[in-house]
Design a protein around this ligand. Structure first.
Ligand SMILES: [Zn+2]
Length: 449
């Protein structure tokens, strides 16, 4: 690069050359970022704050910690490179989920473009609506929050689908909705889908809403879930967890002597699952039974006093995997439902008029331009009269490689006076086609495909 720049200088650069060199420098300076979805389970101790950053850089914040934790959430936004929250969801009106919102918006000056909550504010008891936490939330953002309904989606990012599965204790598809009996179970529950990746965040929902979600198979085979209600024994019911069958469970917990989350009985039920999920805690719980802990290696903040307990999930759909990182640990886990690699096999060249017998030696060369291996089992080459060459014996072509199929007395003939040939996959979908007007003996026709 240095030599190149010196060369340009010696030739007295034109404006265009200077601009080009500047563009090259910018390109070299910018790291090549993979397209990822990032999910930060922010360390807010006994509370919830989950930040999602989409491939195009949009931010969705689900809850924002308790009173006094607005600055923590702001620091996490800064670390993630987020200065605007495009969508904010308040799952329910409990202090450990929405206490920090007014500090984030008013004191820290973070712009929130759209806010959502579970509505139903006129039904709340007066001792709640008169309290500082609720009025702080209402004044900061709640007064302009959209009442998010089950079945609605949040327009977060064209590539990421965010669906509200439950709110107020009623779930998607419930025909005669019966509301939940308490504030926790009224939480907004969200299913996030990005390419093949699935993530569940249900706030503090409890057994009744979990049961309704499981009965309707609304959250099946997820990759990662946040444990409902901080790993409380009011939640993580067997039917719900076996439906979700998560690869990873993240518990957002602190060292609360009253709640004692996560409960040892819940951790034991996770250990009994088959396959057993990787269970992580943001913080270590230090107050004894009936609370418990996963092994230290699966806990982000072992002291539970500072802010280094954030657990980050980075989804790289193109790689078919995601990374879970916390403290000095990074684990790579394959997606449950990786997106299928697009098959792209083309007709590269044809030999309709070989030296010697056409019936034996006619040939077609196929090339795999896709990113993954192409198995040609069930594939055929076919002409206008419907006669074929079967390609099963060609086997699998590696990406970038070619394979030649020789006629060997198969029914289709490549007419020397011009012909039209189609390449069909095992589902009879057309992958490629080529027509030629004539040919010469012993000369391959290049298709330029
Ligand atoms: Zn909570």
């Amino acid at each position: 690069m240095e030599a190149g720049l010196r060369g340009i200088r010696q030739r007295r650069p034109t404006l265009a050359v200077t601009l080009l060199a500047g563009a090259l420098l910018v390109l070299l300076a910018a790291p090549a970022l993979a397209q990822t979805l990032r999910i930060y389970h922010i360390d807010v101790e006994q509370g919830d704050a989950t930040l999602l950053v989409s491939p195009s850089g949009r931010a969705l914040l689900i809850d924002s910690g308790k009173n006094g934790h607005g600055a923590r959430v702001k620091a996490a936004l800064d670390a993630a490179g987020v200065d605007t929250v495009h969508h904010l969801v308040c799952t329910h009106y409990h202090e450990d989920h929405y206490g920090g919102i007014d500090e984030l918006v008013v004191d820290e000056g973070v712009t929130v473009l759209h806010a959502y909550d579970r509505g139903d504010k006129s039904y709340l008891p007066e001792d709640k609506t008169a309290g500082d936490t609720f009025t702080g939330y209402e004044d900061a953002i709640g007064h302009r929050a959209t009442h998010l309904m089950r079945g609605e989606t949040i327009p977060f990012d064209p590539e990421v689908e965010v669906t509200c599965l439950a709110q107020g204790g009623t779930v998607l598809g419930e025909e005669e909705p019966v509301p939940a009996g308490n504030e926790n179970d009224m939480s907004i529950a969200l299913l996030v889908q990005y390419e093949g990746f699935r993530y569940f965040n249900g706030g503090d929902i409890e057994a009744p809403t979990e049961r309704k979600i499981a009965e309707r198979d609304l959250a099946l085979d997820v990759d990662v879930c946040k444990a409902n209600h901080h790993g409380s024994d009011t939640s993580s019911t067997a039917e719900f967890m076996s439906d979700m069958s998560p690869s990873v469970v993240v518990i957002s917990n602190g060292n609360h002597g009253g709640h004692r989350h996560p409960r040892e009985t819940v951790l034991a039920s996770y250990r009994d699952m088959d396959p057993e999920p990787l269970v992580l805690q943001t913080n270590k719980y230090l107050k004894g039974p009936p609370g418990g802990n996963v092994p230290d290696a699966q806990i982000a903040d072992l002291e539970t006093t500072n802010t280094d307990g954030t657990i980050l999930v980075t989804v790289d759909a193109a790689a078919g995997a995601y990374e879970v990182s916390y403290r000095d640990t990074t684990v790579v886990i394959p997606l449950r439902h990786p997106r299928p690699v697009a098959v792209d096999v083309v007709i590269a060249r044809l030999l309709p008029n070989p030296v010697g017998s056409d019936r034996d030696h006619e040939a077609v060369e196929l090339r795999n331009d896709g990113a993954g291996p192409a198995d040609l089992t069930g594939w055929v080459l076919k002409d206008e009269r419907g006669r074929v060459w079967t390609l099963t014996s060609v086997g699998t072509i590696a990406p970038g490689e070619s394979a030649t199929c020789v006629r060997a007395r198969m029914p289709m003939n490549l007419n020397n006076n011009g012909d039209h040939v189609w390449l069909l996959d095992a589902q009879s979908h057309e992958q490629d086609e080529y027509a030629y007007p004539s040919c010469s003996e012993g000369v391959w026709i290049e298709t330029d495909h």
